[in-house]
Design a protein around this ligand. Structure first.
Ligand code: ATP
Ligand code: MG
Length: 575
C-alpha cells in the first residue's frame, strides 16, 4: 500500500507490529510532514479507579506507537478535573501498572490540574472573543433545554450577556461568590446543532471540593472536553487517540482549539476493548470493591492490571494479547479465552514445572523400605532444556491426587484403580493392591501399592506399557499450602445484557473462588517468592500470592488451567 511505502521512506517503524488504520494515518502524516515528522501520543487516565485490561489496550497502543517511530514520544497525563472522585491512591497505582506493563513516560508525566491557570486564561479569552458566556440556569434546566436528537435545543436567556458582564461574572465565579451549581460557563456555539455536544456545552462548573493536588485553591473546575483538547495542545501531542464514544466530541475538540487559535492535534477514535465474562466500567468495578463482592481492586478475579498481576499474568502476555486483538473502528467483544491463551503460551515457555497435589490421597508403597529417601531427577521445563533439572525426594509414603484413583473405574478412566499399574512421574511404576476405607463414611483414606524397582526414572526395561502418568509428592517431605482456584467472576458471557429487572451483579459467579486448604507441594517450593510462577504438572499455572503469603508459607493462586479453550475455538473456526 502506498501509505506504507511512504512511511518507510520517511520514518520506518523500528519494531514491526501488525499494521492498522491508525498506523496508516500516522504514515500519511509523516509522508506529508504534517507535524514536522513528529509522533507524539499520550495516555490520559482519570485517577478515579485502577487501570483495567481495556486501559492496557490503550496503553499498548499509545506507548507502542511512540516506540515504533524514530523519536516518538508518549506522555502520561492524569486527567484530574473531577476532584470528588479522584485520589492519589489511584495516581500511584496507575504509575505502577503502566511501568509494570513495560512502558516508560520518561520525564513526561503531567496533570491536567497543572494547567488550571492556563485553562482559566483560555476561558477568559473565549469570553473576550464572544465565544463563551456565564449561564445562570441550574444543571436540570441546562439538561432540559439541550433538546434531543430530533429536536433542537433552546437558547439560554443568558446567552447574549455582554462580554464585560461575562468577564465580571466569571471572575466572581472563581472568587467564590456564588454557591455550587448556581452558574456555569458555557461555550457559545449552536443550540440548533444536530450534534448535541455542540449545543453550548458547559466549560466550567462551580464545585467546592478539595482536589488531591490543588487542594482548595479552586472552586470552579473545567469540564473534560474543554480540558482535554487544550492539554493535548499544550503538550504538542500529534495524534490524540481515544475510544469511539468520543467521535461525536471531535467537532468540539476542534472548535475549542480553532476558536482560541491554538495548535491542533488530530483526534483519532478506535473501538474500546470489551471482554466476555467481565465488566470493564470503572463505576461497576468500584461497586464490586466497595460492596465487598471482591477483596479489592487487585482481587485476582478482577480484570484490573493489578488483579491480573496478582493472578499471575505476565506483562508480556498482556502485551501479546493487545497486539493480537488489533485496533479497529468497530466495537466487538473479545473472548476471554484469547487472554487466557496468551498467558498460557507465555507461561508454557517460562514457568518451571513442579508437582503439587491439590486433593491429596495417601499412598503407601508396601515393598519400599522404610527410612529410605531417594533423590530423583525431574526436568524443570521440557520446552527449555537450559532451565535444567532438580532433585525431588521419593519415599515409602506419598500423596497422589484423589481424582487420579477410582475404585470402580469407568471405561475411559486409565489412571489408578485396584489391580492397575500406572507410572509415577520421574519415579517408578506402581500397582494398587489394597484400598483402605473409612469404616463409617466409606471414604477411601489410603491405598497400598507395590512398586517395581526396575522402573526407576519412569521406564520399564521390558517396555511394558502403562496408560497413565501421575504426579505425586513425598508425604513426609512435601509442604502443606493453601491454593486458590479462580473461575470467571461472572457466569454469563455478556454481562452488560441485563434482562428486565436484573442487574449485572445478579450474574456474579458464586463459584468464582474455591480455596483448597490441604494441598501438598514439592519441598523446593518453600522457597517460592511472591510473584513466582509455576506450572503445577497436569493442573495449570499458579503464582505465589503477593499479599497473603509469608516466608516459607506460600499461598498459590491459579492463573489459568491447562485446558486451552481458545485453541479449540480456533480449530473449530478453521474447520
Ligand atoms: P471514565 O472516563 O468513565 O472514568 P474510562 O474507562 O474512559 O472511564 P479513563 O481513565 O478516562 O477511563 O481512560 C483512560 C484512557 O483509556 C482513555 O483514553 C480511554 O479511552 C482508554 N480506555 C478506557 N477504557 C478502554 C477500553 N475498554 N478499551 C480501550 N481503551 C480504553
Ligand atoms: Mg474517560
Amino acid at each position: 500500500m502506498e501509505t506504507i511505502s511512504h512511511r518507510e521512506a520517511v520514518n520506518s517503524p523500528e519494531r514491526s507490529t501488525p499494521s492498522h488504520f491508525i498506523k496508516n494515518i500516522i504514515g500519511d502524516d509523516l509522508a506529508s510532514n504534517k507535524y514536522e515528522g513528529r509522533v507524539h501520543t499520550r495516555f490520559p487516565p482519570e485517577p478515579n479507579g485502577y487501570l483495567h485490561i481495556g486501559h492496557a489496550k490503550s496503553i499498548c497502543l499509545n506507548f507502542g506507537l511512540a516506540a515504533e517511530y524514530r523519536g516518538g514520544l508518549c506522555n502520561l497525563r492524569f486527567d484530574d478535573t473531577n476532584p470528588s472522585k479522584e485520589d492519589v491512591e489511584y495516581v500511584d497505582s496507575i504509575k505502577q501498572d503502566v511501568r509494570w506493563l513495560g512502558f516508560d513516560w520518561g520525564d513526561r508525566m503531567y496533570y491536567a490540574s497543572d494547567y488550571f491557570e492556563q485553562l482559566y486564561r483560555c476561558a477568559v479569552e473565549l469570553i473576550r472573543r464572544g465565544k463563551a458566556y456565564v449561564c445562570d440556569l441550574t444543571p436540570e434546566e441546562v439538561r432540559k433545554n439541550r433538546g434531543t436528537l430530533s429536536e433542537p435545543g433552546i437558547d439560554s436567556p443568558c446567552r447574549n450577556r455582554s462580554i464585560e458582564e461575562n468577564l465580571d461574572l466569571f471572575a466572581r465565579m472563581r472568587a467564590g461568590e456564588f454557591p455550587d451549581g448556581s452558574r456555569t460557563l458555557r461555550a457559545k456555539i449552536d443550540m440548533g446543532s444536530p450534534n448535541i455536544n455542540m449545543r453550548d456545552p458547559v466549560m466550567y462548573r462551580i464545585l467546592r471540593a478539595t482536589h488531591h493536588r490543588t487542594a482548595d485553591k479552586w472552586c470552579i473546575y473545567p469540564m473534560y472536553d474543554f480540558t482535554h483538547c487544550i492539554s493535548d495542545s499544550l503538550e504538542s501531542i500529534t495524534h490524540s487517540i481515544c475510544t469511539l464514544e468520543f467521535e461525536d466530541h471531535r467537532p468540539l475538540y476542534d472548535w475549542f482549539l480553532d476558536s482560541l487559535g491554538l495548535y491542533r492535534p488530530q483526534q483519532i477514535e478506535f473501538a474500546r476493548l470489551n471482554l466476555s465474562y467481565t465488566v470493564m466500567s470503572k463505576r461497576k468495578l468500584l461497586e464490586l470493591v466497595e460492596e465487598g463482592h471482591v477483596s479489592g481492586w487487585d482481587d485476582p478475579r478482577m480484570p484490573t492490571i493489578s488483579g491480573l498481576r496478582r493472578r499471575g499474568y505476565t506483562p508480556e502476555s498482556i502485551r501479546t494479547f493487545c497486539e493480537r486483538i488489533g485496533v479497529a473502528k468497530r466495537n466487538s467483544v473479545v473472548d476471554i479465552a484469547l487472554l487466557e491463551h496468551c498467558v498460557r503460551e507465555d507461561l508454557n515457555r517460562c514457568a518451571p514445572r513442579v508437582m503439587a497435589v491439590l486433593n491429596p490421597l495417601r499412598v503407601i508403597i508396601d515393598n519400599y523400605p522404610e527410612n529410605v529417601v531417594e533423590e530423583l531427577d525431574a526436568v524443570n521445563n521440557p520446552e527449555d532444556a537450559s532451565m535444567g533439572t532438580r532433585k525431588i525426594p521419593f519415599s515409602r509414603e506419598l500423596y497422589i491426587e484423589r481424582d487420579d484413583f477410582r475404585e470402580a473405574p469407568p471405561k475411559q478412566f486409565f489412571r489408578l484403580a485396584p489391580g492397575r499399574e500406572v507410572r509415577l512421574r520421574y519415579a517408578y511404576y506402581i500397582t494398587c493392591e489394597q484400598v483402605i476405607k473409612d469404616t463409617v463414611t466409606g471414604e477411601v483414606i489410603e491405598l497400598h501399592c507395590r512398586y517395581d524397582p526396575a522402573t526407576r526414572g519412569g521406564d520399564s526395561p521390558d517396555r511394558r506399557k502403562v496408560k497413565a502418568t501421575l504426579h505425586w509428592v513425598s508425604a513426609a517431605h512435601s509442604i502443606p499450602v493453601d491454593v486458590r482456584l479462580y473461575d470467571q467472576l461472572f457466569s454469563v458471557p455478556d454481562v452488560t445484557a441485563e434482562k428486565d429487572g436484573e442487574d449485572y451483579k445478579d450474574y456474579l459467579n458464586p463459584a468464582s473462588l474455591q480455596v483448597l486448604k490441604s494441598c501438598r507441594v514439592e519441598p523446593g517450593l518453600s522457597e517460592a517468592q511472591p510473584g513466582n510462577r509455576y506450572q503445577f504438572e497436569r493442573q495449570g499455572y499458579f503464582c505465589v500470592d503477593s499479599r497473603d503469603s509469608s516466608p516459607g508459607k506460600p499461598v498459590f493462586n491459579r492463573t489459568v488451567n491447562l485446558r486451552d479453550t481458545w485453541a479449540k475455538i480456533e480449530k473449530s473456526i478453521a474447520s
